[in-house]
Design a protein around this ligand. Structure first.
Ligand code: PGA
Length: 239
């Protein structure tokens, strides 16, 4: 696990976007999973600018949505897919058929999850970009998740439910979701874990230096051969 620290969110976002553009240029068919949430917002803004300026293209790439809340209206701006759409997808040149997302509204999710895992077993992700919850979750792989876990429906922990309220303009918070499993994330050729802000400092310290195990799912990335943790100085304060 390689840790990179930056003095500001601007320099942090610019460095991640620069490397992401380089990856897309070297490998235009890049297959990646992307998180929604507040953390990646500056990176996505920089990628939209890069595409607008002709410095990057997603025309041949494939994007998998990392996770999605269940039980929210399809148009709810707090849904992960809707956040990713407004923050990134609407401003880049990704063909719609190359965006893969698990539809949490389906009544029978199991076949969708199996199909997604089979696809990712045939061809692992080139790049998994991940945020981190203050409880150490990756996607919706909550503490206690087995490293071999598959794509599935999950019940959310209380801290994740509370945190989801930040994305919503109402109080009907989701209690479950669908997430790519740890197996697919750990099988990615390259993993970037993104964190900014003082509220992430404690969990980042535990991820990097604490006990390695599924009590903090992000710590499992220490066993990954090609994982970079991208931090601003506030998230790195406990290291
Ligand atoms: P955030 O969410 O980027 O909005 O902090 C991260 C997460 O919970 O995984």
């Amino acid at each position: 696990m390689q840790v990179k620290q930056f003095p500001s969110i601007d320099s942090w976002g610019a460095a991640i976007a620069e490397l992401w553009c380089a990856r897309l240029t070297a490998h235009p068919t890049l297959r990646m999973c992307l998180p929604a949430g507040h953390t990646p917002t500056p990176v996505y803004a920089a990628m939209r600018r890069a595409v607008g300026d002709g410095e990057a293209s997603f025309r041949q790439a494939t994007i998998y949505l990392l996770d999605e809340y269940g039980g929210l209206h399809p148009d709810d701006p707090g849904r992960c897919g809707n956040m990713l759409r407004s923050q990134l997808l609407d401003g880049i040149d990704l063909p719609p058929r190359q965006y893969v997302h698990l539809n949490a509204d389906e009544t029978n999710l199991d076949p969708l999850c199996r199909a997604s895992d089979q696809q990712l077993e045939r061809g692992p992700l080139d790049l998994a970009i991940l945020g981190i919850g203050t409880n150490g979750h990756l996607g919706m792989n909550e503490p206690g998740t087995h490293p071999g876990s598959l794509t599935r429906r999950v019940e959310l922990h209380a801290s994740t439910i509370a945190a989801s309220a930040r994305y919503l303009d109402h109080t009907d918070v989701p209690t479950w979701g669908v997430t790519l499993g740890m197996k697919a994330l750990l099988a990615a050729h390259e993993v970037w874990l993104l964190a900014t802000g003082p509220h992430k400092a404690d969990i980042i310290a535990r991820t990097v230096h604490g006990e390695l195990g599924n009590a903090v799912p992000a710590s499992l990335l220490r066993g990954h051969p090609n994982c970079v943790v991208w931090l601003d100085h506030e998230a790195a304060a406990g290291l």
